[in-house]
Design a binder for this molecule. Structure first.
Ligand SMILES: Nc1ncnc2c1ncn2[C@@H]1O[C@H](COP(=O)(O)OP(=O)(O)OP(=O)(O)O)[C@@H](O)[C@H]1O
Length: 610
């Protein structure tokens, strides 16, 4: 997706003109570049999912960029990333957080200028309010990569000590060691994280931007949710959303950087070059399976999962419309066209305890059916076996003789009759013995199954009680309450809070603090556990990345139809015919496929006009 900022005052004063046009349908047309004897470049047409024109507002970007869908997916347990890319001064920070000055000593509580991050937080909490059956735990971290050093923006310390980026064998991903992670129970907590990070990030001044970001920043919100399912079992999901504000690529000649700013620019350009290589490798089908140089920079190490892992990524390419920036603009458009070709395999991250619960549930169900079977077998067998026996008895039963007839029988006939009766008696005794034996065996099996059943049910109850989370503290009134309720005049608190469980249920609350020994044994046996124990005991993990678990793939993202998703307002805006008033355009949904955000995937890369 693209956002084109308006010409700046400086550019207007310098007589710079617009070199981009917007033919509609998510297309950007870049003017021809007049050249020397060999000829310059022809006009170039690029197609994207959505193009935001200079008149687009910050709210337009939230509503029509696919960002809302991304947040919904994060709540469902996907790992999502939104990153802004573009040359210096193209509007990346403006798009993500707003213009400079919003996060000074006294942050502006609500402003039309607030960017995508602030608006996403508000939408996130609105979503949480709607999911009344779930409990949520939000944690946030904010870091910057400055001159290839990772600095914790929430806890930078006086000497801004860099943190190490390490590889987690278990999670099979990179993570930042000892990164500060803040619990965010309310919208205001997330806002505080944003404000604090923005105050601490490195900003510098150069010829092209008075407030230029001198570092890449990554703001992460971890969304853990628990939802009761059938039989009181809790389903846990681990979603995450990253907001990445990349520092702008810069031509140091144009920015006239020197000294510290030059060193910063070199580091920025180097890490963006590595990011470019990674994107080029990932987007080239011929290079499928080849080496991707993630390890060549901290930025690509930390974005590896967003670029090609199991997450969903939204890239916003920001461009300047000025003629003086035409080469950088074409580069950014090409870069974005390549990034658009990358395909990830999104999966929902779930708690491994859930695997244990599901397997226990299955075991209980199979034992119950076995039990049923044995019960019925016991009845059927006893009745059918008695039938067999009676058949045998009938076969062996001596012929029926009347008492009167008996008196008339000869000695050898009587002897034969007695022998037959004795034989029958013997067979009946044997059958009787066999029946007693099989009844005893079945009764013993039945007892074993019942005991096992009880044991598993008890374990299931224990596991369930471990899954119950203690309630979050009710929200306090704050300005965010007004934003969430959509009534900025109102002072009533209408903030999402977790439902407060029955306080009499002490076992659930207590047991949430510690896993019972029997359950822990079961977890250990199945190699699940250290992480959960730490988590449940409230121990802060060294890093958010450390706990990534590659849980079974349970859901694929479904494509949604752009037509269904697009609101009437968007249609209206797209239909606006006056190009001066139009704020954005989207690719024509009738002729192209839709992607998971409901926006349109254009198959074309960049097309040259003849
Ligand atoms: N869509 C827009 N509407 C109005 N002003 C904008 C817009 N985009 C950017 N600007 C303004 O342009 C200036 C530069 O924007 P910004 O600092 O966001 O650029 P950047 O890409 O983050 O630059 P850098 O990479 O140097 O940090 C800012 O004053 C910003 O407010």
């Amino acid at each position: 997706m693209h956002r084109v900022r308006p010409l700046s005052e400086k550019e207007i004063k310098a007589g710079d003109d617009m070199v981009v046009q917007f033919p509609g349908n998510g297309q950007v047309l870049v003017d021809a570049i007049p050249g020397g004897p060999g000829g310059g470049q022809k006009p170039r047409l690029f197609s994207y999912n959505v193009v935001f024109e200079p008149a687009a507002t910050q709210e337009d970007v939230l509503q029509f960029s696919g960002m809302k869908r991304l947040i919904e997916m994060a709540v469902e347990g996907f790992r999502c990333t939104c990153f802004c890319y573009g040359q210096t001064g193209s509007g990346k920070t403006h798009t993500l957080t707003g213009p400079p000055g919003l996060f000074g000593i006294k942050a502006v509580p609500y402003s039309d200028n607030h960017g995508l991050v602030f608006r996403s937080f508000v939408y996130l909490f609105q979503l949480l309010q709607e999911h009344t059956s779930r409990t949520f735990v939000l944690k946030a971290s904010f870091l910057e990569i400055y001159n290839e050093k990772v600095i914790d923006l929430l806890n930078p310390g006086t000497c801004r000590k860099p943190l190490a980026v390490r590889w987690s064998k278990k999670a099979r991903g990179f993570f930042v060691e000892n990164l500060f992670t803040v619990d965010c129970e309310e919208l205001d907590d997330l806002m505080a994280v944003l404000e604090e990070g923005m105050r601490n990030r490195s900003v510098g001044r150069h010829n092209m931007n008075d407030y230029s970001s001198r570092s890449h920043t990554i703001l992460s919100v971890h969304i853990t949710s628990e939802e009761p399912s059938e039989n009181g079992v809790f389903i846990s999901r681990f979603g995450k959303i990253n907001f990445v504000d990349l520092a702008g690529s810069e031509m140091t000649k144009k920015t006239q950087s020197e000294g510290k700013t030059l060193e910063e620019a070199n580091n920025i350009n180097k890490s963006l070059m590595v990011l470019g290589y990674c994107i080029a490798s990932l987007s080239d089908p011929k290079r499928k399976g080849s080496h991707i140089p993630y390890r060549d920079s901290k930025l690509t190490k930390l974005l590896a999962d967003s670029l090609a892992g199991n997450g969903v990524t939204l890239m916003i390419a920001c461009i300047s419309p000025a003629r003086s920036n035409i080469f950088e603009t074409i580069n950014t458009l090409r870069y974005a066209a390549r990034a658009k070709k990358i395909r990830t395999k999104p999966v929902v991250l779930m708690d491994p305890r859930e695997a244990l619960i599901i397997s226990l549930k299955r075991e209980v169900a199979s034992l119950q059916s076995e039990n049923e079977y044995l019960r019925s077998a016991l009845n059927v067998y006893s009745s059918s076996s008695s039938g067999d026996a009676s058949e045998r008895i009938i076969a062996q039963t001596p012929p029926h003789v009347d008492l009167e007839e008996l008196a008339k029988l000869e000695g050898p006939q009587l002897a034969e009759l007695v022998r037959l009766y004795m034989k029958e008696n013997e067979a009946l005794r044997k059958d009787n013995g066999d029946l007693f034996l099989s009844r005893d065996l079945l009764q013993r099996d039945h007892e074993i199954v019942c005991r096992e059943n009880e044991r598993l049910l008890k374990k299931l109850e224990e596991v369930n009680s471990v899954c119950c989370r203690s309630p979050l503290i009710p929200a306090r009134p704050a300005f965010s309450a007004d934003i969430l309720s959509g009534d900025q005049e109102s002072s009533s608190t209408n903030i999402w809070t977790n439902p407060i469980p029955d306080t009499d249920n002490k076992t659930a609350v207590n047991s949430s603090k510690q896993i019972p020994e029997s359950v822990q044994k079961e977890l250990d046996k199945r190699q699940i556990g250290a992480r959960n124990t730490a988590n449940l005991k409230g121990i802060r993990k060294p890093s958010s990345n450390d706990d990534k678990i590659h849980a079974p793939k349970i859901a694929q993202v479904k494509n949604t139809n752009a037509k269904d998703k697009r609101s009437d307002e968007e249609k209206k805006t797209v239909e606006e015919t006056d190009p001066m008033k139009r704020r954005f355009s989207v690719a024509n949904p009738l002729i192209k496929n839709t992607d998971m955000f409901g926006s349109v995937i254009s198959i074309t890369d960049d097309e040259e006009l003849n």
